[in-house]
Design a protein around this ligand. Structure first.
Ligand SMILES: [Zn+2]
Length: 500
């Protein structure tokens, strides 16, 4: 047993009893895995899985970025104690819950209206205030927002919500949905497109009925979104039931690559809402099990080594800042949060970007370039990048029609435009983000959380909002009881549910 890092956490049993208290914790290496260990004076010792692949962990952890502090993120709300003093990451994505109603059984117990007994549904004016919370911050506001629930399509004013998000300055708007409404109504999909919603985050948990009871609907959703040309990302919760299917889900995405832009895996989600603390050693589904399933589906084509933590892009944000002389959102999540990769479909075969670009060498080059200041920096960088670009590629594997020199030139001159637009219909982003809860909580990670939730109590990180279930108290405080909601709306809440 070897200690790798000292950190802090909370006791999961105390948390279950409603007490949140910061306790010492360590990240350790033992039995060829990474664990988090901690002791509570009352409930004793806890040892939870943290990362099942030591080599990958060590390769990723070096990308832990040096960060600044951002005081606009609240580290203390309601009666919760302060778990750390200042937040160390900016808002990369604003996560906005617009309702806790749903129309389909979901495993998000302790969250949905029918489970908790109250309806949390901010008014349109309140939602605008919440959006402005993350739009008003300095030095750089979040440009991306995820409109989420519950089921956002249950709101009759959803188009208005999207319009307001645009109006207050979000340039990328995505909405999570179970897809029922989108499958049933093509005009609705068209309207979402007309309102300039950028991406549908479809809760897609499997390719067959046993893992995804909505699979027939989801096939129809893809058909409809294809007709209106609206991009979709699979938002996939992984648990013990569907973990083996992760690879198949990626395959399904490849088969719909004209409309599916990526798969966002969320292992461990079931545990976030579990009410029973189970101390059995291997309860967690983690990143590594997700990789195992993907590797099994694509042997030799996709492996965990193709993935990097988002913070590898930190030097890119620094470079852009230097080039255009404007503050940028810095990519500083903790490497323990997860990783992603960009995969090209080349002659029918998946080809991760890491197979033809030496990402580490390129990032090191960018890191050095970002330090060079002075006049003509854009031109100097463009020249240097184009001159060096071949040294970052493995030329024998470059996908057909892919012109890295041209992309490099456009990116260097455009500064901000790293998007591979022309390759849009030929690539998938596969991301895996492993959520925290009271058991595996690493406060160092919480402190660097980049997904932020605007609330009536201030902006807080997603890892405490959902991971530590702060959302329950916040929602309850700003909700109305179901019977009152039913009286106001003159109908029963359960009428939301579809007879599928
Ligand atoms: Zn305890």
């Amino acid at each position: 047993m070897k200690e790798l890092e000292k950190t802090f956490s909370v006791c999961p049993i105390c948390h279950q009893e409603g007490i949140i208290q910061k306790i010492n914790a360590s990240i350790i290496e033992d039995d060829k895995k990474i664990w988090i260990i901690k002791s509570c004076q009352k409930h004793g010792f806890f040892k939870e899985i943290y990362f099942r692949d030591i080599d990958l962990y060590k390769r990723w952890i070096i990308y832990k970025a040096k960060t600044k502090s951002f005081s606009y993120i609240k580290t203390r709300i309601l009666e919760y104690p302060e778990l750390y003093d200042t937040h160390m990451s900016q808002t990369m994505l604003t996560n906005l819950v617009v309702t806790n109603r749903t129309d389909f059984y979901s495993d998000k117990k302790n969250f949905n209206a029918h489970e908790v007994g109250y309806v949390y549904e901010p008014s349109i004016i309140q939602l605008k205030e919440l959006m402005l919370q993350t739009r008003k911050v300095k030095p750089k506001a979040s440009d991306s927002i995820q409109i989420t629930g519950g089921e956002p399509t249950l709101r009759n004013d959803i188009f208005n919500i999207i319009q307001i998000a645009k109006k207050v300055g979000f340039s990328h708007i995505q909405m999570t949905t179970n897809g029922i409404k989108l499958a049933e109504n093509l005009d609705y999909c068209q309207r979402l497109k007309t309102e300039k919603l950028n991406t549908i985050y479809l809760r897609f948990n499997g390719t067959k009925i046993s893992t995804n009871p909505l699979i027939k609907y989801h096939t129809k959703v893809l058909e409809n979104l294809r007709k209106v040309n609206l991009n979709v990302v699979f938002d996939t919760e992984l648990n013990h039931i569907n973990i083996q299917e992760a690879g198949k889900i990626v395959n399904f995405a490849f088969n719909n690559i004209d409309i599916v832009r990526g798969v966002h895996f969320q292992p461990n989600l079931e545990n976030r809402y579990s009410d029973k603390i189970n101390q059995s050693k291997d309860i967690f589904i983690d990143l590594i099990e997700t990789f195992n399933s993907i590797e099994k589906e694509f042997p030799g084509f996709i492996s965990r080594d193709d993935f990097y933590p988002s913070s590898i892009a930190y030097p890119i944000s620094q470079l852009i800042e230097m080039l255009i002389n404007e503050p940028q959102i810095e990519y500083t999540p903790h490497p323990g949060c997860g990783g992603s990769t960009l995969i090209f479909l080349n002659n029918g075969e998946p080809l991760p970007i890491t197979r033809f670009i030496n990402i580490e060498a390129l990032v090191n080059f960018i890191k050095k370039e970002a330090q060079k200041k002075g006049p003509l920096r854009k031109l100097r960088f463009a020249t240097s990048l184009v001159k060096n670009i071949n040294s970052f590629t493995f030329n024998n594997k470059i996908p057909d029609g892919f012109d890295l020199k041209k992309i490099a030139k456009d990116a260097a001159i455009g500064g901000k435009d790293f998007a591979l637009r022309n390759y849009n219909k030929k690539t998938l982003i596969i991301g895996i983000m492993w959520y925290q809860d009271a058991r595996n909580l690493n406060i160092d990670r919480l402190q660097r959380c980049v997904i932020h939730c605007p609330t009536f109590e201030g902006i807080i990180p997603f890892c405490s909002y959902v991971g530590l279930r702060f959302n329950e108290k916040i929602h309850k405080k700003y909700s109305i009881p179901i019977d009152l909601w039913e009286k106001i709306n003159n109908r029963r809440l359960m009428e939301d549910f579809k007879n599928l």
